[in-house]
Design a protein around this ligand. Structure first.
Ligand SMILES: CCCCCCCC(=O)SCCNC(=O)CCNC(=O)[C@H](O)C(C)(C)COP(=O)(O)OP(=O)(O)OC[C@H]1O[C@@H](n2cnc3c(N)ncnc32)[C@H](O)[C@@H]1OP(=O)(O)O
Length: 237
């Protein structure tokens, strides 16, 4: 498994040299501003196949894209930065305008999209609006290692948070996340996170998910989450 990761890394670095315009890793110590210097980088949809995707991930992606054809499922695009409207929803609620956060926030990006292709979080989420559920296909790269050869539990928790959040829609915050880690996830493997909205109670959304191997034989984790719709009348700072 580690050998295949190393091979993957080698091909990723080789690709890196070849691909024009690929955003650079923040660890390259480039000024952060450079990451957002072009509209192209800001608006690139990252939830699409790239050369680091394994055969399993590409196969599952193709299967779900077929399900999208009749409109029952949709692929959710994913950007490094939130849309202006979404950002405004959250900043109005959480940030004190007196603190002058604009400059710092102009450099902010979703941390799951901050890695170069294949090294961190490779994922795509498909949503079934009628059934109020999502399926997240996730390949955790070599920079997400915890115990040698295994995915870090915090990386799994991050993906679970994002997968559950994708079932909600609108401006919500995670209030509670409860995860049972049942089996360790091999680094660089593909897992499938099935999430659903179980109950809506006022501003409270109760969600649950499970994380399984591609062949569905291994149950890696189960989780529940409570998300709260932000109340525009309240300031939380
Ligand atoms: C697609 C991309 C998805 C990305 C997902 C990423 C999401 C995140 O990482 S969010 C970051 C982590 N989360 C946070 O920082 C949240 C910090 N917490 C907060 O800001 C606030 O507590 C917040 C917004 C969750 C709730 O505050 P507020 O709006 O004032 O709600 P509040 O009035 O206290 O509670 C509303 C209801 O929720 C309940 N509730 C709130 N928190 C909890 C909790 N932890 N457990 C159980 N119930 C809770 C309250 O009891 C209340 O219930 P009821 O209406 O029945 O009386």
């Amino acid at each position: 498994m580690l050998r295949s990761c190393t091979a993957g890394l080698r091909s990723i670095w080789a690709l890196r040299g070849r691909r024009e315009g690929a955003p650079r890793l923040s660890t390259d110590l480039q000024p952060a501003r450079r990451l957002f210097s072009t509209e192209k980088v800001i608006h690139k949809d990252w939830a699409l196949p790239n050369p680091s995707w394994s055969k399993d991930l590409k196969l599952l992606f193709d299967q779900f894209m077929k399900k999208c054809e009749d409109g029952s499922w949709e692929r959710l695009p994913s950007y490094k930065r939130r849309s202006t409207q979404e950002s405004e929803d959250f900043t109005t609620y959480f940030l004190d305008p007196k603190l002058g956060e604009e400059e710092r926030l102009s450099q902010a990006q979703l941390f799951t999209r901050g890695f170069e292709d294949g090294l961190g979080f490779e994922y795509v989420i498909f949503k079934n609006n009628d059934e109020k559920r999502t399926v997240c296909l996730f390949q955790g790269g070599p920079y997400l290692q915890g115990v040698p050869g295994l995915l870090h539990g915090g990386a799994m928790a991050t993906m679970i948070d994002i997968a559950l959040g994708s079932c909600t829609g609108g401006a919500v915050m995670t209030a509670n996340l409860n995860i049972n880690f049942k089996r360790p996830v091999p680094l660089c493997s593909v897992v499938v996170i099935n999430s659903q909205l179980d109950k809506l109670e006022g501003r409270k959304l109760f969600l649950s998910c499970n994380v399984r191997s591609v062949d569905e034989k291994t149950l890696y984790s189960e989780a529940t989450g409570l998300f709260i719709k932000v109340d525009p009348e309240k300031r939380s700072t």
